[in-house]
Write a protein that binds this ligand. Structure first.
Ligand SMILES: *Cc1c(COP(=O)(O)O)cnc(C)c1O
Ligand code: SF4
Length: 396
């Protein structure tokens, strides 16, 4: 038995409600109001430089971001940045860098081939029984590695032209669809009333069994998770929400409370992380993240290998790193906390699970497996003729 590793510095829950914002006191009523948070987002170079000393790579990145993926950072999320740490993992996620303008031959505008699987603008129907419904192109803050940066934020060349009525007609006709995932952009930026119109239209279709929303709002803008929103959502069960947290510091006391309100409304919560170089590409950080997620009643769902988005190579970690992290979690800690590592196959193949190799050999007689500590075991298949070997490693 190995001793447990020391706790990660960001494993504790802290409040990030401010004493000040732009050097003036902010009333808690303002800070806690999601509309104030949205109105006061950092979206210009001047606003950013009021708060932070930027590296030249960041300064140029901000200037150039206007033609690709806009910059916007909620005050809540901005306050998580360590001002004097140029490598702060929060900073790398939301502050543009000039490396975003570097593109390599492997990168694609539409890395998961979504546009080719859209029977109706804004609706991706790739898998037989479920669809991805892109309801908006806006987010509370913009992630620099966004897989949909081609359409998100309104700054790039391509626009998201979701056709709601045509989507409803398509779904009414396609009774094989039993699962609708609302995403974008971020659906939780809609008003309660607008979101409810969508949910009720979908719920009215009998073949749609399962609804889910993908949102980073609980992390970027926990103030938006109001009791009224939760009361509305609970009418549309079964409804799941997948949130998107990448680093343990994102899980503040305010975020934990927001997630708790959703869980109390009966919404099962999952988390989708992206493996990001310099943010969460190490086992200690990922372990702290998944443990904190469980404490927030969120089940880690997927860990994504980063898609081949244009201008993202500075944030991409190798697949081997993801496998190493999963291997370091599986068996070593709570099974509920281990996400499935996936690669969304470039060009449109969908999500493919990528796992450490635990099956060492398999034939009609036996399966040789190894456990999390590297010990080798033999599992005889039904009808195996020979008795299990006392030394299974000898088969290898
Ligand atoms: C991820 C995704 C889904 C949902 O996949 P699950 O594995 O069921 O979570 C559905 N459609 C598209 C196009 C997706 O990218
Ligand atoms: S919240 Fe999601 S959709 Fe929005 S910028 Fe981030 S990754 Fe993209």
């Amino acid at each position: 038995m190995q001793p447990p590793p020391p706790p990660h510095p960001d494993k504790a829950f802290r409040s990030h409600a401010p004493g000040y914002w732009r050097d003036r006191a902010i009333a808690p009523e303002q800070w806690n109001d999601h509309l104030w948070q949205l109105k006061n987002r950092i979206s210009t170079l001047a606003q950013l430089e009021e708060h932070l000393e930027l590296a030249p790579e960041e300064r140029n990145g901000v200037i150039l971001s206007g033609t690709k993926l806009a910059m916007a950072i909620t005050p809540h999320f901005f306050n998580l940045i360590e001002r004097d740490n140029p490598d702060c993992p929060i900073r790398r996620q939301v502050i543009p860098r000039v490396e975003e303008t570097l593109e390599n031959v492997h990168e694609l505008a539409d890395p998961c081939g979504e546009d080719a699987h859209m029977p109706v603008p804004g609706l991706v129907h790739r898998y037989p029984d479920r669809v991805l419904f892109l309801v908006t192109d806006r987010c509370a803050s913009y992630c620099r590695y966004c897989t949909r940066s081609r359409v998100v934020s309104g700054a790039g060349e391509q626009e998201l032209e979701t056709d709601f009525e045509a989507t409803y007609r398509y779904l009414e006709e396609h009774t094989e669809v039993r699962d609708v995932l609302l995403s974008g952009g971020d659906p939780l930026l809609f008003s309660d009333a607008k979101l409810e119109r969508i949910l009720s239209r979908l719920r009215a279709m009998e073949h749609i069994e399962f609804l889910r929303i993908g949102s980073r709002v609980p992390l970027f803008l926990p103030q938006r998770i109001t009791p009224a929103l939760c009361e509305m959502l609970r009418k549309y069960h079964p409804l799941f929400i997948s949130v998107h947290a990448n680093h343990p510091r994102e899980l503040t006391t305010e975020v934990r409370e927001a997630l708790g309100r959703l869980a109390d409304a009966g919404v099962p919560l999952g988390n989708q992380s992206v493996l990001l170089r310099g943010v969460n590409d190490d086992l200690d950080t990922m372990r702290a993240l998944v443990h904190k997620l469980l404490m927030c009643r969120v089940r880690p769902y997927y860990l994504y290998q980063m898609d081949l988005i244009r201008g993202s190579s500075h944030l991409r970690a190798p697949v081997a790193k993801g496998i190493e992290i999963i291997q370091g979690l599986r068996g070593h800690t709570t099974g509920y906390s281990v996400p499935q590592f996936v690669i969304d196959a470039p060009g449109g193949g969908g999500k493919v699970p990528v796992n450490p190799d635990y099956v060492l050999q398999r034939n009609d007689e036996r399966v040789l497996i190894r456990n999390y500590e590297g010990e080798i075991f033999e599992y005889p298949e039904p009808g195996a003729k020979s008795a299990p070997s006392p030394e299974p490693a000898a088969y290898l």
